[in-house]
Design a protein around this ligand. Structure first.
Ligand code: CUA
Length: 658
């Protein structure tokens, strides 16, 4: 950022008599340029604010879910340059993920669980990323993300930006936004979206929906050394068959608690061609749905005390136990809520009702008092106590039509996306966020965005310490915003200057490779565990030395019956050995070590006809196992343009016919 400021300062010196920020800039070199381009002063200013000079770094990484592309996209902010796409649920040839390497194939297969009779999954719907936290602040170690389509969760290691694990969550078939980490990454939470039958077969007719279907709140314990999921120490809480939607962790004041929105508490199941109403009609009949308020710290104690059932390998606290132990309460929330977001101090829980023009702000202290006083307005059909609405609400703010998601700054403001209005509303929270009583819960301003905003993000805006500075709108439609690229338009990130008053849009950034749902923005200097080069011979899956690593001079081919193990090194610009002789039908295990130590000296390994493509980063060991089903001569090669003699970096796989 220093360099950007220097540039701005230099530019200002070059502008004689120009006041950027007004109408058309006039006078001076920079102003002449702005004028010749037809920019207003404000546009020229926006250009300077987003410009990151060549060779300089962005202040923030923005991790964006890729939606049904299955991946995570990494952007730099404020430049909005796409830095990388991390493959998560879907194969990626460039990074050799899912094209024959043990690493990629094993991770991808890890999410295909027999308990759902699933065929091998070749994609996912990456929805809600959750950066790991320490004391409620991003710590830059790992990022978790769910698969909305298949009820899975993945872990990406931010040491090397690689997906290390995908777990299929037992008893959960789909999951939408119910993903967060607890403030010290004790757990990654994932809740179900559509309830599923709890029958042994996994099937139950929809006539039995109320009795047989259930939702689940899953608390996946995290191994603090590796970031991996620790299934043995994980647990679930059984929930009524509502559609559990977005969720957030309590923090500071509300540490130890979690919050999940729900809709379709009417339990509509559709059937519009069977004489019934469409699901959407049935699901909006009631005026209120239920905010789920969960005491996870106590739930963990209940599990430790042995008060659980094991279902499909997961420790489950049955619904009745959760009620009896005081782990689960409801608060009424206006019709069909979407986002639930906890304010930085943990005092306020902001709920947006898709069909209500207000955001409803709950007060955690009031929730605790109501629980303590058993201030209930009744129970739901399953016996879960419902807190009195008026006893737990701190305030409501009319923000506009179609409120969805909320983020925060450090000044006591909240920002809520408005899908129908295509806008973001900025408003104040209450005294517990440092806002004077008289200014509390008031709309400050609304900024239009283009078009149909879903999520939004402010810099570190869901932590205990938001940075302010930048906000990004995740817009579902871009319509006329960009040159036509056919009938499927890109979606659009819009970068907004949070320090401007009124709020200003700085930049449009089309997304040509996915549909982001949620993103998180973290300071680049927080990723302290990031590696440039692996220690020699590293297996990225374990981050330890691979038993298959070779050093220069140790390369060899070992045979045992019809199993061939080749220990290969790769360096500029050859593989050793560069001729591999096998027989048709052999099982072939290639163990390739990139023995380079220089940053960025990556090699590829591509085998024609065998659907094999690996990316081997400096220091990395990649294992490739296949059966030599096809006889012939195959000219394998390095697929990464690594050196002047990159084209010479090739060899032969000779598969002799039987
Ligand atoms: Cu190694 Cu190209």
């Amino acid at each position: 950022m220093v360099a950007v400021l220097a540039l701005v300062a230099g530019a200002v010196i070059g502008v004689v008599g120009a006041r950027l920020g007004g109408e058309t800039a006039t006078g001076g070199g920079l102003a002449d340029l702005a004028e010749s381009q037809g920019f207003t002063g404000q546009q020229a200013e926006a250009a300077l604010k987003t410009f990151v000079p060549p060779g300089e770094y962005d202040d923030y990484y923005m991790f964006a879910s890729g939606g049904h592309s299955g991946q995570i996209m990494v952007y730099g902010v404020p430049s909005m340059r796409l830095l990388k796409e991390i493959p998560v649920f879907t194969p990626d040839a460039w990074q050799g993920y899912g094209y024959g390497t043990d690493q990629g194939n094993t991770v991808l297969a890890g999410g295909t669980n027999a308990d759902k009779n699933a065929t091998e999954l070749a994609w996912g719907d990456a929805h809600h990323p959750a950066l790991s936290e320490t004391e409620g602040d991003y710590d830059g170690r790992w990022i978790y993300i769910n698969d909305r389509a298949n009820g899975r969760i993945a872990m990406v290691d931010l040491a090397d930006f690689k997906t290390k694990e995908i777990v299929d969550i037992p008893n959960v078939s789909t999951s939408h936004g119910g993903v967060f980490v607890t403030p010290n990454t004790e757990y990654a939470h994932i809740s179900s979206m559509s309830p599923m039958p709890t029958t042994e077969s996994g099937y139950a007719d929809l006539a039995d929906y109320n009795e047989s279907y259930r939702g689940f709140s899953s608390w996946m314990a995290i191994d603090q050394a590796t970031g991996h999921f620790d299934l043995e120490n994980s647990f679930q809480i059984e929930l009524p068959p509502y559609t559990q939607d977005l969720a957030d962790a309590g923090k500071l004041t509300s540490y130890g608690w979690g919050f999940i929105n729900s809709y379709n508490t009417e339990r509509a199941v559709g059937g519009n061609a069977e004489g019934g109403d469409p699901l959407e009609t049935g699901a909006i009949a009631a005026d209120f749905d239920f905010l789920h308020i969960i005491n996870w710290e106590k739930a963990a104690e209940v599990v430790e005390a042995g008060n659980f059932e094991v279902r499909n390998g997961m420790r489950v606290i049955p619904l009745q136990t959760a009620i009896d132990e005081g782990l689960l309460y409801f608060a009424p929330e206006p019709r069909n809520p979407h986002g639930v977001d906890v304010s930085p101090t943990g005092d306020y829980i902001v709920v947006s009702g898709k069909l209500d023009p207000n955001v409803t702000v709950f007060d955690f202290e009031k929730i605790q008092a109501a629980i303590e006083a058993q201030d209930f307005q009744g129970t739901d059909d399953y016996g879960v106590p419902i807190l009195n609405f008026d006893s737990v609400v701190a305030g409501q703010v009319e923000v506009g039509v179609g409120p969805l998601h909320t983020q925060f700054d450090a000044e006591g403001n909240a920002y809520t996306s408005l899908f129908v209005d295509s806008a973001i509303a900025k408003y104040t929270l209450g005294p517990k966020a440092g806002v004077a009583e008289g200014d509390a819960f008031k709309l400050v301003e609304t900024i239009p965005v283009h078009y149909n905003i879903g999520h939004l993000v402010t810099a570190e805006g869901d932590t205990v310490a938001p940075d302010g500075k930048y906000m990004v709108a995740l817009n579902k439609w871009s319509l006329d915003r960009f040159p036509n690229v056919g009938t499927l338009h890109p979606q659009n990130f819009q970068l907004i200057d949070l320090d401007s008053n009124p709020l200003q849009i700085l930049y449009d950034s089309p997304i040509g490779n996915g549909e982001p749902h949620y993103v998180q923005m973290i300071k680049t200097d927080k990723l302290t565990s990031r590696l440039d080069v692996y220690p020699p011979g590293t297996d990225p899956m374990t981050m330890t030395t691979s038993e298959f690593a070779v050093a220069a001079g140790d390369e060899r081919v070992e045979r045992s019956g019809n199993v061939v193990d080749a220990y290969i090194s790769a360096t500029r610009s050859h593989f050793t050995p560069d001729i591999l002789r096998v027989t048709e039908g052999d099982t072939v295990n290639l163990h390739i070590t990139n023995i380079e130590t220089a940053s960025d000296a990556t090699h590829g390994f591509a085998v024609p006809q065998y659907n094999i493509e690996a990316s081997i980063d400096p220091g990395e060991v990649v294992n490739i196992s296949f059966t030599a089903t096809k006889s012939g001569s195959f000219a394998f090669y390095c697929s990464e343009f690594c050196s002047a003699l990159h084209l010479e970096m090739q060899g032969w796989l000779l598969v002799e016919p039987k």
